[in-house]
Design a protein around this ligand. Sequence first.
Ligand code: GAR
Length: 226
Amino acid sequence: MPDSADHSDPSGSLQWPLPQPLPADEAPLRLAVMASGEGSNFEALVEACAAGHLHGRVVVLAVNRERCGARIRAERLGIPCQVIDHRRQPSREALDQALIALFRGHRVDLVVMAGWMRIVTPVLIEAFPERLLNIHPSLLPSFRGADGVEQALAAGVTLAGCTAHLVTPQVDAGRILVQAAVPVLAEDDRERLHARIQRQEHRILPLAVRLAAERLAAGPGPPAQG
Ligand code: GAR
């Protein structure tokens, strides 16, 4: 039997050279999460907050599928969850407007797309400038768009991974915040490789949220050159 254990992170803890913790006297970050699927990244964020890796609180989850796993996790974790079914919205922009109304109602500081399988429009992006993050299962800029894991396998790369980045109108092209690489093993299929990538997603996403918050706290940098 091939060994399916992940040996890259024996402690299972965050091992990054973490930046200084946010000052304890600051209010915890109010986070919103958007999910369409299982919600394992959503739960990882909730756990990171509970464990003190992140000075924040997930105040609301938005899902676009009534029966997705993320919604069940929200129930178990006691996090408010709103279903906004994209099929009931007249346009992508209308879906984004509904999300904005939800997030503003919860006075959200940062929004995390954690397996949100809809393309967002400038309506949402401009409502949360530098405050909208995404997690993608590839080492960007390789394998943007749908099914990054399958694309990596098809390309025959020996290193795959995940990227947490800021969201811009161009899909999967915003500023990279954190990445993690995982080896592609000979016996990997899409499911096995994705599971190994997801373990790293759960580690880097809380760190990316911290970095995004620290960028905001630091204020705008010098104007871009050229
Ligand atoms: C994650 O692997 C995430 O990278 C991917 O969906 C999965 C959601 O898992 N996102 C994309 O492919 C976006 N292009 P989860 O629901 O268990 O967090």
